[in-house]
Design a protein around this ligand. Structure first.
Ligand code: AMP
Ligand code: FE
Ligand code: FE
Ligand code: ZN
Length: 277
């Protein structure tokens, strides 16, 4: 029997992933994962859809989310594990944040128009469908209309932090988002710290209630993994990890591209059982 493993960072069509929740669970089964977390951007609707599939296939589905915040003008992504998606504070937050994301698309389209890039917000919103809209949907429409030759080009030329079409994903501070996660029974974890690349901010987030660090991530090379393991140990943070699977809407990495030992899932559960909110 090989050791049990988990992939705790997966996206579906309820945010910017390409695959429906049931398909993501099937892919997880195929690669032999014992546990997964679906962590859509500012959305929990995949969880109820995926749960019966996970049950049928004998996979443990941890209710998760990836929430946007801003610190010092930087995008901060916070993962929440073992959240209660029905918690009123979470429901209200997501309703507001999803509305902000729709407003943001209109603002991005307006700014892109000012540099001669003409796309239609309605087309972006239709592509997002029932899921939370995000920059990858804008990128796909830019690709469709020939403004870029590949999706990463959208983020280097038009909608990345230094580009004319950039609009931050959320005006809220990490402290506020961490509070929503904790109030809903969840464990707040800083996602892919390499993307933020401001290690000093992590200590502030810990004072704000952060409980874990996503040490293992498809964007972390071995040196980054070592660095974040050290930081997590120094600050007594939980360690999590996952592939950040999006299907072909990002790099096309497979489910299970990052697998972590199941012991880290046990540590999360242990924390939840013992730490007061
Ligand atoms: P949003 O939450 O709307 O700001 O969109 C963030 C998402 O955009 C991330 O989760 C990735 O899926 C995608 N993304 C961000 N940067 C890049 C990049 N350089 N190349 C491809 N996808 C990216
Ligand atoms: Fe994404
Ligand atoms: Fe992220
Ligand atoms: Zn993600």
């Amino acid at each position: 029997m090989p050791a049990k493993t988990a992939d705790l960072h997966l996206h579906t069509t309820f945010s910017d992933g390409i695959d429906a929740p049931a398909r993501v669970v099937e892919l997880a089964k195929q690669v032999g994962l014992a546990a997964i977390a679906i962590t859509d951007h500012d959305n929990t609707e995949a969880l109820a859809v995926a749960q019966p599939v996970a049950k049928r296939l004998g996979i443990e589905l941890i209710p998760g989310i990836e929430m946007s915040a801003s610190a010092e003008g930087q995008e901060v992504h916070l993962l929440g594990f073992f959240i209660d998606p029905a918690h009123p504070g979470m429901v209200q937050h997501l309703k507001e944040q999803q509305a902000r994301r729709i407003e943001r698309v209109h603002e991005m389209v307006k700014r892109l128009g000012q540099v001669g890039v003409r796309i239609d917000a309605a087309e972006v919103l239709t592509l997002a469908g029932e899921g939370t809209v995000g920059r990858p949907h804008v990128a796909r429409i830019l690709l469709k209309h020939g403004y870029i030759a590949s999706l990463p080009e959208a983020f280097s030329k038009y909608i990345g932090p230094k580009n004319p079409g950039f609009v931050p994903g959320s005006p809220l501070l990490p402290a506020q988002v961490i509070r929503v996660i904790r109030d809903s029974g969840g464990i707040p974890v800083l996602a892919h710290p390499i993307y933020l690349d401001r290690d000093l901010l992590i200590e502030q987030f810990v004072r704000d209630g952060l409980a874990g660090l996503e040490v293992y991530h498809s964007g972390h090379n071995p040196e980054a993994v070592r660095r974040y393991e050290e930081i997590a140990d120094r600050l007594s943070l939980l360690k999590t990890g996952g592939s950040d699977y999006h299907g072909t809407s990002k790099e096309g990495l497979p489910v299970g591209a990052v697998k972590i030992p199941y012991a880290l899932v046990d540590a999360l559960r242990q924390w939840k059982a013992t730490v007061p909110r």
